[in-house]
Design a binder for this molecule. Structure first.
Ligand code: SF4
Length: 212
């Protein structure tokens, strides 16, 4: 795909949604970090339901640490893999208190050292909470990048690097959200809705549908 096409794709995604936001509910970097840890293999809606009850009771590392694994599990037991997530969140809170003055660190190395935090979670927090140029490639972004030709790659790291290189600079900070939303609601895994896709004429996917 050439640069002019990429520019026009992001110009249109921006035009339709000038201030794209994550669908996870949060009000502090800490709340975002915990929500992203909980969202692995779970829906944002499911995570939001759980955190809507948890955060009014405990939304700091100290408060969640005080709940303990069992207390925290009560709030998140509707979320898949809640057992291991509860353990990771408690250990993450302990490390934030002991090593980071109860603050979420704003660098990749420290974030990825936290239990339950991999490259993708670190990228989401760096980009969304700290507005750094980081690109979290999830299943939606991986699919959209490959189908459209915006940033084709065999694995998530390859796609991440290509997106950072090829997305026009002015759109890089928000590209993550636009691509996720496009993948979630339009360029869906089983049946892309090409018939009502805003970038259909620019997309280079060979198996476009007429579905809307
Ligand atoms: S035209 Fe189809 S394949 Fe291409 S981005 Fe739109 S929905 Fe996805």
């Amino acid at each position: 795909m050439n640069a002019a096409k990429r520019l026009e794709i992001f110009r249109r995604l921006h035009e339709d949604n000038p201030e794209p936001k994550t669908e996870l509910a949060y009000s502090t970097p800490f709340e975002l970090l915990i929500a992203v840890i909980l969202s692995a293999q779970a829906t944002d809606v499911g995570v939001n339901k759980a955190t809507a009850k948890l955060y009014p009771v405990a939304n700091t590392p100290e408060a969640i640490l005080a709940l303990g694994v069992d207390g925290l599990s009560e709030y998140i037991k509707t979320i898949g893999l809640y057992n291991s997530k509860a353990k990771n969140v408690i250990e993450t809170c302990r490390m934030l208190v002991e090593l980071h003055g109860s603050q979420v660190p704003d660098n990749r190395e420290a974030l990825e050292a936290l239990p339950g935090v991999g490259r993708k979670t670190a990228n989401v927090v760096l980009n969304t909470a700290f507005r750094q140029l980081a690109m979290a490639v999830d299943t939606h972004i991986f699919r959209v990048s490959n189908r459209t030709g915006i940033a084709p790659g065999k694995n998530v790291v390859e796609v991440e690097k290509k997106l950072l290189k090829f997305v026009p600079k002015d759109f890089l900070l928000d590209a993550h959200h636009w691509l996720i939303l496009h993948g979630r609601y339009v360029c869906q895994a089983r049946k892309p809705r090409c018939g009502s896709c805003r970038i259909e004429d620019l997309c280079e996917y060979k198996l476009k549908t007429s579905d809307d």
